[in-house]
Design a protein around this ligand. Structure first.
Ligand SMILES: O=C(O)CCC(=O)C(=O)O
Ligand SMILES: [Fe+2]
Length: 212
């Protein structure tokens, strides 16, 4: 989404609500945060349900830590069409962020019959902690496409899914607000402890790159 859409870069990524959510989920325990990924996800007729999962599973140590670990992923799904039970609305298992064991076998822990659909109108947004079990739903319609933008966030001490720093043109990055530059890996980041990450010669990355 970042490389494909100017509107996405300049408006969605610079929206105050997204920044308030990042601060809410990560600032106190983890410090700086950035994007884990940005994807447009379309589910069409005949698409089966996505595998039930927790978004924190990218970071194995936090599966072990379970419910007592810090929040290491928070996801936003912005509906671009209506999300219905029939067309593949995102499904979640309420309360699954508080289960005692995040390490149970797949059959034990993830059952589609325990899920509920997140019914949304275009423009609504579903927000969930990476500890919550969820999936994209099955599309049982003949002709409807469910389309949404997923915008997962993660502390900046983690490797994101997407390699923004290597895939976004620096000239585009120069035109973006500082807080968006940081979200996509073009500024140094500061976890809640330690002396900072993603630096060059003890210099802030943004200074090395000449960003303003
Ligand atoms: O497409 C959906 O409804 C869910 C997507 C999802 O699980 C994710 O982005 O992590
Ligand atoms: Fe997910």
């Amino acid at each position: 989404m970042v490389t494909h859409s100017k509107t996405f870069r300049e408006q969605v990524l610079n929206d105050d609500l997204i920044h308030a959510l990042g601060e809410y989920f990560f600032r106190k325990e983890s410090g700086d945060w950035w994007l884990m990924a940005t994807q447009l996800i379309q589910i069409g007729p005949g698409n089966v349900a996505q595998k039930l999962h927790r978004d924190l599973e990218n970071f194995p140590a936090f599966i072990k830590m379970g419910k007592s670990g810090p929040c290491v992923a928070a996801n936003c799904m912005i509906a671009l069409t209506e999300f219905t039970e029939e067309n593949g609305a995102t499904r979640i298992i309420p309360g699954s962020h508080e289960w005692d064991n995040f390490e149970m076998s797949e059959e034990e822990r993830f059952r589609h019959e325990d899920t509920i659909p997140a019914l949304m109108k275009a423009g609504d947004m579903l927000i969930w902690d990476g500890k919550v079990v969820h999936s994209g739903g099955e599309n049982k319609t003949d002709s409807e496409y469910r389309r949404g933008i997923a915008l997962p966030l993660t502390p900046a001490y983690f490797t994101p899914e997407e390699t923004y720093a290597f895939s976004i043109d620096l000239e585009i990055v120069r035109t973006l607000p500082a807080r968006v530059q940081k979200m996509i890996g073009f500024r140094s980041v500061f976890p809640a402890s330690g002396s900072g990450l993603w630096q060059h010669n003890f210099e802030k990355l943004e200074d090395y790159l000449g960003l303003h």
